[in-house]
Design a protein around this ligand. Structure first.
Ligand SMILES: Cc1cc2nc3c(=O)[nH]c(=O)nc-3n(C[C@H](O)[C@H](O)[C@H](O)COP(=O)(O)OP(=O)(O)OC[C@H]3O[C@@H](n4cnc5c(N)ncnc54)[C@H](O)[C@@H]3O)c2cc1C
Length: 411
């Protein structure tokens, strides 16, 4: 059977059906047995899997419709495709994730995020979504509707999202620079000084003493120059690649259009490292320094299995399953080597270290949380589950993962 992008999960579905139209989707939903939406396969676990039919949405790319400050886009459309058309129309999104390869449906379904104290997760741009239920009936839910907060980050638990209406803004340009040699002492003393140093800030660390800080800043004038220092770090040579394989990172030190600078990775290259596992946790940003100290204390135990950690931020929102639900968030990410056993062992220690801070895991990445532990940190989990049970009473979108994490009831 086919695998996810990272090769860390082999799908167990009986079949994968690639849909190209509404009719194809209705036919796929009519297949007996369970069904589940599949995006571009960039999540790291069995989250999208099913014992029935996986419905691949990235083959269905209807025309993008840009009107005023909104865009209507097919769920299977990749951000790279959407962004280029928005730019042609003089429009932009508020933020992007680290890669433009993922599709809008899969990214918004898991609360995918970029960075920035004032930037909500990507799902916060959604004004309305249209989905097909198990019977192949289509429904549109708008931001002001009662179920919206449960469905926007909906991890494929209730239906197949076919179209999203996203908020846009006038296009803008971004410059990105990196600062090397920033010490842990300086970061822990003043986390805010780091996260406010740009519109989107990422700290890359292997939990040893020196970190690299990657700053993305909107520029009104391409001639604007970056400051020479950040805390005890210095502006670094643009040849120094902060992550990835080296040639897959978007241009540093040269201003450019938003969608070619906000993602870390270029659309025309494979992102990140490839053979890897990712994990990520959201905490209230007021706990950032304490949580970092707690993980740093155990880092010698997991460093050999780690490619790199990335630290980011996100603005609070009201989407029930968003990692940033009602919390200004600090987000701690791990790109692991593809060492499943050792990574699971490391996660036991990391999740214990983060427990005092009520960490919430990223839905699309590897974590060890079960229903009970999630109910303690995701305040609206039971209510979200009730909405999904109401929309899909026969449980056709139920899978093992969703039962394990308490987003669906077992059948
Ligand atoms: C190299 C790399 C870098 C990443 N960087 C980031 C990052 O910067 N920030 C971040 O937050 N995450 C990041 N991720 C994680 C990624 O954004 C999420 O896992 C996201 O869900 C991927 O979207 P997908 O379409 O590939 O999802 P899939 O793995 O295909 O599906 C994920 C979930 O979305 C559901 N879904 C997909 N399409 C639909 C639909 N049309 N209707 C209903 N449900 C649907 C699926 O059922 C499943 O539950 C990264 C992943 C990789 C591999």
């Amino acid at each position: 059977m086919p695998q996810n992008w990272a090769g860390s999960h082999t799908y167990e579905a009986a079949r994968i059906v690639s849909v190209r139209s509404r009719d194809d989707l209705v036919a796929a939903l009519a297949t007996p047995g369970r069904v589940h939406a599949l995006g571009t396969r960039h999540s790291f676990t069995d989250l999208p899997d099913t014992d029935g039919t996986l419905i691949e949405m990235s083959t269905w790319v209807p025309p993008v419709v840009i009107e005023g400050d909104t865009v209507r886009v097919g769920a299977g459309t990749r951000y790279a495709v959407l962004a280029a058309q928005l730019e042609d129309a003089g429009r932009a999104l508020h933020n992007t994730g680290s890669l433009p390869h993922i599709n809008v449906g899969g990214a918004t379904a898991t609360g995918t995020h970029g960075s920035g104290d004032r930037n909500g997760v990507l799902t916060t741009a959604v004004r309305a979504l249209t989905f097909a239920d198990a019977a192949g009936t289509f429904h549109t839910v708008r931001r002001e509707d009662a179920d919206f907060a449960a469905l926007a980050v909906g991890v494929g638990a209730f239906g197949v999202v076919t179209e999203l209406e996203l908020e846009t803004q006038p296009t803008y340009r971004v410059r990105q620079d990196i600062y090397a040699g920033v010490s842990w002492g300086a970061i822990l003393d003043d986390v805010d000084a780091v996260t406010t140093a740009g519109d989107s800030v990422s700290v890359f660390t292997r939990w040893d003493d020196n970190s690299i800080v990657w700053i993305k800043k909107r520029v009104a004038d391409d001639a604007e120059q970056p400051v020479g220092t950040l805390l005890d770090g210095v502006l670094a040579d643009h040849e120094l690649s902060p992550l990835g394989t080296g040639d897959n990172v978007t241009p540093l030190g040269v201003p450019g259009v938003w969608y070619q600078r906000l993602p870390h990775f270029r659309a025309d290259r494979e992102p990140s490292y490839g053979d890897e596992i990712q994990s990520e946790y959201f905490i209230d940003r007021t706990h950032a320094a304490a949580a970092l100290a707690a993980i740093r204390a155990i880092a010698d135990g997991f460093r050999e299995h780690l490619n790199v950690t990335e630290l980011r931020t996100a603005a609070a929102d009201d989407l029930w399953l968003s990692g940033a639900y009602q919390r200004e968030s600090f987000i701690i990410h791990f790109t692991w080597l593809n060492h499943p056993e050792q990574v699971r062992e490391a996660l036991v220690g990391i999740e214990a270290a983060l427990a005092p801070f009520d960490a919430r895991p990223h839905w699309g990445k590897l974590h060890l949380f079960d229903r009970e532990r999630l109910e303690a940190v995701v305040p609206r989990l039971a209510e979200a589950r009730a909405v999904y049970e109401r929309i899909d009473p026969d449980g056709r979108f139920v899978n093992d993962h969703l039962v394990r994490v308490g987003l669906r009831e077992a059948r």
